[in-house]
Write a protein that binds this ligand. Structure first.
Ligand code: UD1
Ligand code: CA
Length: 455
């Protein structure tokens, strides 16, 4: 049976107290809805349909590149009404999985077990959970032989029903033919005056459709998010799961509670990560990489045996094997470092290529620079790459030595093996193997008297 996925995402999320629609709130750096859409993709759904309401434009814009179908629910009249909005876009046959834009962490494995239960138009499935404190949830009512007969919402439940601890998570898988049959029959004569999706359970029981229940591996898989406190709680759960996976794969995390992965990490063996390191985008780490505390690594490739010292920022850069970065280094987009390069404290690089073994150990800005191998960049070196309108290139040949406090006014080329004197402003090309000094000559005044205070 072909699979469709419907994601309910029309809720406003008032308790978020944010201008951002609830499903756009980030978990691990991505909107809540992104997590659900990605899971739907791994299930190979033939179509994924999002029911939107509040902030729909913003949501649709953020997902413009995804092949999603959209259905508007202008007024929120209940979960059953929300699925009704999707109905015209659901084929007559196949099965539909109903998910929620604010329940981000359900695993594909759990959903797979649910979908498996729905192999014909004689069965539907839902995910339920046993809770110690079920207050607020819809309760699963079973008959004497244990079969599910209906779901009763908290607000409609009597005292006996309120004692039931098996709750509805809201995640259903239903044959399309049955959705087309049942949804138009929903009524809103209940405590909340809403069209409840949960009422289709009683219809299934009446129609002799088997109602299968599946439990999640872990309870956080079905946790929904309504406020920032729940968002932060689930963020830590998710980060811990990712940290556990990395540790099982051999990565040393000094403190898995102080670790944030907001994208993908590929790694070799013996990677060592100190506390408070944040990974964003696609990060590739080689063997034996050591990352000190308080670093941010985003979209970068780090070679074998690299040492990244504390408080370094690496964004869209490639770092060759054996390099040493930081402390307090900032590698900006377009930085490519060959093997054994050293970038030290308060050095900023942007669109800078450094060859094997080149060093910039202290206080420098290297922007739009093509630097050879074995080059020594003195403290205080600045590539003056911007003339106020255009950016220009600084080229430095192999084995050049740039004295401290140099201003390299681009476009400019420093030849191979050339040396520039400390404090020089280099605005003309320096030929290979020469020394360029461009600073005022020192004068010495003998017998100089310091001014004295007038009496
Ligand atoms: C629902 C279930 C309840 C279950 C609980 C689990 C119903 C009637 N009740 O209750 O059995 O225990 O979820 O959390 O289904 N939504 C729309 N449009 C609407 C209404 C809701 O898109 O008109 C979306 C919301 O954005 C939210 C989700 O559906 O993501 C659930 O809605 P909510 O009102 O929170 O349902 P509950 O009352 O919690
Ligand atoms: Ca709810």
């Amino acid at each position: 049976m072909e699979l469709s996925v419907v994601i309910l995402a029309a809720g406003k999320g008032t308790r978020m107290k944010s201008v951002l629609p609830k499903v756009m709130q980030p978990l691990a750096g991505r909107p809540l809805l992104r997590h659900v859409v990605q899971t739907a993709q791994t299930l190979k759904s033939a179509r994924t349909l999002v029911v939107y309401g509040h902030g729909g434009d913003l949501v649709q814009k953020a997902f413009a590149a995804d092949a999603l179908l959209w259905a508007e629910q202008a007024e929120q009249k209940g979960t059953g009404h929300a699925v009704q909005m999707a109905l015209p876009q659901l084929p007559a046959s196949g099965r539909t999985l109903i998910l929620y834009g604010d329940v981000p962490l359900t695993t594909a494995a759990t959903l797979g077990r649910l979908i498996e239960k729905v192999g014909s138009e004689k069965a539907m499935g839902l995910i339920t959970l046993e809770m110690v404190n079920p207050a607020g949830y819809g309760r699963i009512v079973r008959n004497a032989s244990g079969a599910v007969t209906r779901i009763v919402e908290q607000k409609d439940a009597n005292d006996e029903e309120k004692k039931i601890r098996e709750v509805n998570t809201g995640i259903f898988c239903v044959p399309n033919a049955l959705l087309h049959k049942w949804l138009p029959l929903l009524q809103n004569n209940n405590a909340q005056g809403e069209y409840y999706l949960t009422d289709i359970i009683a219809m299934a029981a009446a129609d002799g459709v088997a109602i299968e229940t599946v439990q999640p591996e872990q309870s956080w898989e079905v946790d929904g998010i309504n406020d920032k406190l729940q968002l932060a709680t689930l963020e830590r759960v998710h980060q811990r799961v990712q940290a556990d996976n990395l540790m099982r794969a051999g990565v040393t995390l000094i403190d898995p509670a102080r670790f944030d992965q907001r994208g993908s990490i590929t790694h070799g063996m013996d990677v060592h990560i100190e506390p408070n390191v944040i990974f964003e985008g696609r990060v590739v780490l080689g063997n034996n990489v050591r990352i000190g505390p308080n670093c941010l690594l985003k979209d970068c490739e780090i070679g074998d045996n690299v040492i990244i010292k504390p408080n370094s920022l690496i964004d869209d850069a490639k770092v060759g094997a054996g390099a040493e970065i930081g402390p307090f280094a900032r590698l900006r987009p377009g930085t490519v470092l060959a093997e054994n390069v050293h970038i030290g404290n308060f050095v900023e690089t942007k669109k800078a290529v450094l060859g094997k073994g080149s060093k910039a150990n202290h206080l420098a800005y290297l922007g739009d620079a093509d630097i050879g191998s074995g080059v020594n960049i003195g403290a205080g070196t600045i590539t003056c790459n911007y003339d106020g309108v255009n950016k220009h290139l600084t080229t430095i040949g192999d084995d050049a030595f740039i004295g401290t406090n140099a201003s390299l006014v681009a476009p400019v080329t420093i030849g191979k093996g050339a040396t520039t004197g400390a404090g020089s402003t280099i605005s003309k090309d320096v030929p290979d193997g020469t020394l360029a000094v461009a600073r005022a000559k020192q004068i010495v005044i003998e017998g100089w008297q310091r001014p004295k205070k007038k009496s």
